[in-house]
Ligand binder design. Structure first.
Ligand code: OOG
Length: 249
């Protein structure tokens, strides 16, 4: 691998391990989006070398609210590993400046070999959340920076799986300590989260990655992300999909 890109991957990986934010890569050297995806893959390879397994993909900037919040205007994707899956508790002391956002998740029960396979491959749908933890100082980045940083992926949690159904326009709510802090409709996700699933399938196929049975596709947030405090109780719900909760310390 190009030594510049390899050094970028090492910088981002060490930022996670040391819980220390780093300056934006693009402040120090040029980086285009195609190269940024190479850096992302190298970051994931480092995690796999430590025993983590790929279990899905996440989409980013699929909603207007997120594009405006972060000042970027293109859909991106990142990879999820088993170490990112949060059960009912999350220790935020291992994170830099975590944020949380409500998501719709798809569970695949068949491989996706071409984008046309995506919708039929869905075996379940759930409400979920994603914990973002940009490795960059000030949670500030260009498109290439955030792609290299695996789309800020840090953790995610899932509610109960439901049989596939229409989730094109369901109300979503994020509450922290019983207080509503963000709400929106799943329609904010590219008009329908299924479009995000299709985009994930397209990007994966283009990258030569086959989406696998058992993998989770996080379709992206319906609202802006909010800071995730320690010592908090978070509840994320979506109409018809129930809810998922997490307690932080
Ligand atoms: C990048 C990730 C964006 C989403 O749902 O739009 C994302 C970030 O905002 O840090 O996951």
């Amino acid at each position: 691998m190009n030594p510049r890109l390899n050094a970028f991957a090492e910088t981002l990986d060490e930022a996670v391990l040391n819980r220390r934010a780093v300056p934006r890569l693009t402040d120090t050297a040029p980086l285009d989006v195609a190269e940024a995806y190479e850096v992302q893959r190298a970051v994931i390879e480092r995690r796999r070398a430590r025993g983590e397994a790929l279990i899905g993909v996440k989409m980013g900037f699929t909603s207007r609210a997120k594009m405006v919040q972060m000042g970027v205007d293109d859909v991106i994707w990142g990879l999820l590993t088993d170490a990112m899956l949060v059960e009912s508790h999350l220790d935020t002391s291992g994170l830099i400046h975590p944020r949380i956002e409500p998501e719709i998740a798809f569970l695949l029960d068949r491989p996706v070999r071409t984008p046309a396979d995506a919708v039929a491959a869905v075996g379940g749908i759930a409400v979920g959340y994603e914990v973002l933890d940009s490795r960059y100082e000030g949670f500030s980045f260009t498109l290439a920076d955030v792609v290299a940083d695996n789309a800020s992926a840090s953790g995610f949690g899932l509610g109960p799986w439901h049989a596939p159904k229409d989730v094109g326009n369901v109300g979503m709510l994020l509450e922290i300590d019983g207080r509503p802090v963000a709400s929106g409709s799943s329609a904010a996700i590219l008009g329908d989260p299924l479009r995000s699933l299709n985009a994930a399938a397209r990007l994966a196929c283009a990258a030569g990655i086959e989406l696998q049975p058992g993998w989770v596709i996080l379709a992206g947030a319906a609202t802006a992300a909010v800071p995730l405090p320690s010592g908090a109780h978070v509840r994320v719900s979506a109409a018809g999909l129930g809810h998922v909760e997490v307690t932080t310390r």
